[in-house]
Design a protein around this ligand. Structure first.
Ligand code: NAG
Ligand code: NAG
Ligand code: NAG
Length: 452
């Protein structure tokens, strides 16, 4: 190649690079899907999901209470209402009892930070349509004109942002079960867009410009195509011109058939758990209360994930390249139930010692193996972490996949001294474990420096 040609090529490459970098996203999936995910999200690994709304008042069954009662006419819900409320009681009458008397956003933020989470996702509006901020297009079905008479989204935003370690995100349901505008559009086979025009878009733009969320967790998309929701138009604005265009992260629920395919990171189905490495960033959401995302007054201890179960789910998720979004449901009076608070603080205590094996790691070439006990691997450059979730009860511990060299150093996170080890045949090693510190999480991490 002559000098001229190579100069031309350089120029051409530079132009493509510039146009990819400085260009604007167009409202189509090809363009939007090509946007690189802001780094903070993959590094964060752990977030807390909060389901709070008028559904926290009946606090029975789940956050789908209204639908189960009056949409599906589920007998258990009909009976619950007949037994406990006067005839003719409507769902709207629950809202004034959403009083948030003890809601102290700074207290919440302290608990959230103590969990070791790096982001928070609050329901700004669930499928019931009640908005946790003073949306001007909510016809008083919101937390400022009704219920607590407080700007929940704004108050929590302020408290969370005082904690430097936390990013603030908002869950937002596109559809609303019983909104007449939505039902009209649905009747037209989603040929009309009145609901999107008068409700969804004004509220999404309002949320972003007012509260500048760094994550939008979209949901309630599945009955209609993305073209009905105008999702790509909204996302193009979000990525090109919104106040959070450089940092915002979104998920994949933007219309029927979108999830696991389009958007930012993938949620796919609720509680999605892939067993192989995806070539796309993903997040698993799961709830401490296995039966509900919203608070249930009748939840039992046996319905909840215990700490070792949560840690195992979390570690498995991170080893396979996912983020873990763990949900709690506060009570209508604004308290994070003690049992949830305890789980969160215990996760935080485990992360204080083991966070190095979690935050900002990348999946390794092997995600999990059965050594002496099952282990999950994560990595940072030439450091590999092997996390194990059961005490092997013996001091000789075998790992089969890491390839050692003379430079290999093995330590147990939380204890300073290097451990003795010997190589196994072609790959792998036997580590001499010290006495393991007692931890309620029942999980420990070996750090292997200088392995391949
Ligand atoms: C959807 O986007 C199109 C194209 O920008 C626009 O003409 C239309 O008004 C939008 N509809 C709604 C409901 O926002
Ligand atoms: C480890 O063993 C368990 C139980 O025997 C099995 O279900 C699992 O698939 C094994 N995992 C690997 C990575 O071999
Ligand atoms: C580790 O790799 C990351 C990129 O993956 C790089 O930014 C960082 O400088 C590396 N750190 C070390 C200590 O090599």
């Amino acid at each position: 190649m002559g000098i001229r040609q190579s100069k031309l090529l350089t120029l051409l490459l530079l132009c493509t690079h510039l146009s990819a970098f400085g260009g604007r996203y167009t409202p189509d999936w090809k363009s939007l899907d090509a946007r690189p995910l802001p780094d903070w999200y993959d590094e964060a690994k752990f977030g807390i999901f909060i389901h709070w709304g008028a559904f926290s008042v009946p606090a029975f069954g789940s956050e789908w209470f209204w639908w189960n009662w009056q949409g599906a006419k589920n007998p258990a819900y009909l009976l619950f209402m007949a037994k406990n409320y006067p005839p003719g009681f409507t769902y709207a009458e629950f809202a004034p009892q959403f009083n948030a008397q003890f809601f102290d956003p700074n207290e919440w933020a302290e608990i959230l930070e103590a969990s070791g989470a790096k982001y928070v996702v609050l329901t700004s509006k669930h499928h019931e349509g009640f908005t946790n901020w003073g949306s001007p297009t909510s016809w008083n079905w919101n937390s400022v004109d009704n219920g607590p008479h407080r700007d929940i989204v704004g108050e929590l935003a302020m408290a969370v942002r005082k904690k430097r370690s936390l990013h603030y995100g908002l869950y937002h349901s596109l559809y609303e079960w019983f909104n007449p505008l939505y039902l009209n559009d649905k009747k037209s086979g989603f040929k009309t867009q009145g609901f999107v025009y008068y409700k969804v878009m004004p509220e999404l733009y309002d949320l972003v410009t007012r509260y500048k969320p760094e994550l939008i967790w979209s949901d309630g998309d599945w009955e209609a195509p993305d073209t009905y929701w105008n999702s790509t138009q909204f996302l193009a604005w979000l990525y090109n011109d919104s106040p959070v265009k450089d940092t915002v992260v979104v998920n994949d629920r933007w219309g029927a058939g979108c999830y696991c395919k389009h958007g930012g990171y993938y949620n796919c189905a609720d509680k999605y758990t892939p067993s192989e490495l995806l070539n796309h960033k993903w997040e698993k959401c799961n709830s401490v209360d296995t039966l509900s995302w919203g608070y249930r007054r009748n939840m039992r201890l046996s319905d909840l994930m215990d700490l070792p179960t949560i840690i195992k789910d979390f570690v498995n998720t991170v080893a396979f390249g996912g983020n873990y979004l763990l949900n709690i449901g506060p009570t209508a009076d604004g308290m994070i139930p003690d049992v949830f608070e305890e789980r969160l603080r215990e996760i935080g205590a485990w992360l204080k010692v083991n966070g190095e094996a979690i935050y900002a790691t990348k999946p390794w070439r092997v995600q999990t193996e059965n050594g002496t006990v099952p282990v999950w691997y994560t990595s940072k450059n030439t450091t590999v972490y092997a996390i194990f979730l059961s005490n092997p009860m013996q001091d000789s511990f075998q790992l089969f996949s890491p390839i050692t060299s003379e430079k290999t150093v093995v330590t147990l996170l939380g204890s300073p001294q290097a451990l003795k080890w010997t190589p196994l045949h072609s790959s792998g090693l036997t580590v001499l474990l010290p006495d393991l510190p007692v931890t309620p999480a029942g999980a420990w991490s070996l750090k292997l420096d200088g392995v391949a």
